[in-house]
Design a protein around this ligand. Structure first.
Ligand SMILES: [Cu+2]
Length: 163
């Protein structure tokens, strides 16, 4: 437990804005956040760390939120030719005693078909659905926008490729 607290503290110190976390049974959801997308963006990425302090693995099998028509777990990859792709992950394993980071360039929640603008500082409710832990209510904090070079999501055409 001490190690976990140290980890959470390190994350708090590293985060540019106030971090928050949700504890649900053996799962700890650390600072779910969405970098503020462009006002006209149709998609946005959601990031967090998921810690499993239990002795059994769990799996993230769905995400639900009113901020988008559809929310999915995706994995970003860059192939040998430097071409970025994203795939829909049906079930993201959270190993026993392990941590999975949803971060830029890797796993992330993809909000597709945003229902309105997302403004820095706002908190938006969402539900993470785990195979064992069941639905876990969280809130995504809208963090400062990413730099231009990092805005891969707004330039990619989502919502048609992997459905
Ligand atoms: Cu994506």
């Amino acid at each position: 437990m001490k190690r976990l607290i140290a980890f959470a503290t390190a994350l708090l110190l590293a985060a540019p804005t106030l971090a928050h976390e949700i504890i649900a049974g053996d799962l700890q959801i650390i600072h779910p956040h969405i970098p503020q997308p462009a006002a006209t963006a149709k998609t946005a990425g959601g990031y967090m760390a998921i810690v499993n302090t239990g002795s059994e693995a769990d799996r993230l099998i769905g995400v639900d939120s009113a901020i988008a028509a559809k929310s999915e777990v995706h994995e970003s990859k860059v192939d040998a030719n430097g071409v970025g792709t994203m795939t829909h992950i049906e079930a993201l394993e959270i190993p026993a005693g392990g941590t999975v980071n949803l971060e830029r360039g890797g796993y992330h929640v993809m909000f597709m078909g945003l229902t309105g603008p997302l403004i820095e500082g706002e908190m938006h409710k969402a539900t993470l659905i785990f195979e064992k832990a069941g639905p876990v209510e969280i809130e995504f904090q809208v963090d400062p926008a990413m730099g231009m070079a990092e805005m891969d999501h707004s330039t990619m055409d989502h919502g048609t490729a992997n459905d």
